[in-house]
Write a protein that binds this ligand. Structure first.
Ligand code: BGC
Length: 370
């Protein structure tokens, strides 16, 4: 009897503890650096994979309304693809400045800085080979927290940005199927910083042909209009009366054709968040996306002022994990962030980080099914 009770208790104890975080080699970069994948699992049947190259969120196996899991994130099977010219930043942490800086120039404390114009004529997502999405971060796992912290020190002047930047990103998989991303950074010289995650989702499963049926709510009355090179004009405009009005839920496909079919046309806009309270202290709601087919729901919470809603307009059938193909507009990103080109827009919330200050940013991708 006693033995039976002990055995039952032991089973209970095992059931209530998430499995340890697993670490495995993912292969070497073309430059010869070994990369690693971390696999996190929780008690609710969800699994997440993280990669030290680009501090990347590379897979999320999420249950649907029947409890059947599918990987809803885009990614690649080998490190070289993550470093290729057309990697599209799948799941990467991007920076130092996520999004665009006009003509790759900004002035801080009277000094002009020049960055790579890797998205001509502008700077995009931190630049070239030493952008934060292209370097191997140092990973450290915590079994107790079901988390991994990636750290990287970017030398003063790397990719043209001033200051030695010490950055870290912690990913935690919670037992209620949320991925919590916490960024922190300090600098030894005044600099600009805007980190975000560039995960692409298809809630029917990555590789499914469309997101047109996904129903989106964005908690934003305003957005930041852009010129034809996708640089913000400085204006904060109302979404009312435009195809960007997602205050009430709309399927992505309902109005996407109104942007035309020129290369890159479609949803690719920064929304000014209303700061609608959420049930997580300190975080407001950015977006809710529902996939009617699978019943999967993604809720995005953050403490940032904006979110870039990008509808995968530059996807063109890249081959990703397990040979899956990522068709034009078959994945979406919700990049919590400061507004594009803030270093050149004095009226936008500041992105300046000074010595002695700590940059922090939290984004939660919470999954459920209905
Ligand atoms: C930008 C797009 C860009 C894409 C690159 C997004 O964050 O808003 O304009 O093409 O990143 O993958």
């Amino acid at each position: 009897m006693m033995i039976l009770r002990t055995a039952a208790l032991a089973t209970l104890a095992i059931a209530s503890v998430a499995p340890a975080v697993e670490v495995a080699e993912f292969g070497k970069t073309p430059g010869g650096e070994m990369t690693h994948v971390y696999t996190l699992e929780n008690k609710s049947g969800m699994k997440v994979k993280l990669l030290d190259l680009g501090a990347t969120l590379m897979a999320a196996e999420v249950p649907d309304k029947e409890g059947k899991t599918a990987d809803v994130l885009f990614g690649f099977d080998d490190p070289a693809k993550y470093l290729s010219d057309d990697n599209q930043y799948f799941g990467n942490v991007v920076g130092r400045y996520g999004n665009r800086i006009a003509k790759g120039k900004f002035t801080l404390d009277g000094k002009e800085y020049t960055l790579a114009t890797n998205n001509p004529p502008n700077h995009l997502h931190g630049g070239g080979d030493r952008a934060l999405s292209k370097v191997v971060w140092k990973g450290e796992k915590s079994d107790a927290d079901n988390s991994v912290t990636f750290s990287y020190t970017s030398p003063d002047g790397e990719e043209g940005y001033p200051g030695e930047l010490k950055a870290q990103v912690t990913y935690t998989l919670t037992d209620d199927n949320a991925v919590r991303i916490e960024y922190e950074a300090t600098t030894d010289k005044p600099t600009v910083l805007n980190l975000t995650n560039h995960a692409y989702f298809n809630l029917s499963g990555a590789g499914s042909p469309t997101i047109n049926d996904h129903v989106v709510t964005l908690y934003a009355d305003h957005y930041t209009p852009v010129d034809d090179t996708l640089i913000t004009t400085g204006e904060i405009a109302k979404v009312e009366g435009t195809a960007l009005d997602f205050r009430e839920p709309h399927a992505i496909g309902d109005r996407v054709d109104s942007f035309g079919d020129a290369e890159g046309a479609g949803y690719d806009h920064n929304f000014v968040l209303n700061k609608t309270p959420s049930d997580v202290e300190g975080l407001h709601k950015a977006a809710t996306v529902k996939d009617p087919k699978s019943g999967r729901v993604l809720t995005v919470l953050t403490d940032q002022p904006g979110v870039q809603f990008y509808g995968g307009n530059f996807l063109k059938g890249q081959t990703g994990k397990d040979g899956k193909t990522y068709a034009h507009r078959s994945g979406f990103c919700l990049e919590t962030q400061h507004y594009p080109d803030s270093p050149n827009k004095p009226d936008f919330p500041s992105v300046v980080l000074r010595p002695g200050e700590t940059y922090t940013h939290t984004c939660v991708y919470a999954f459920s099914a209905e």
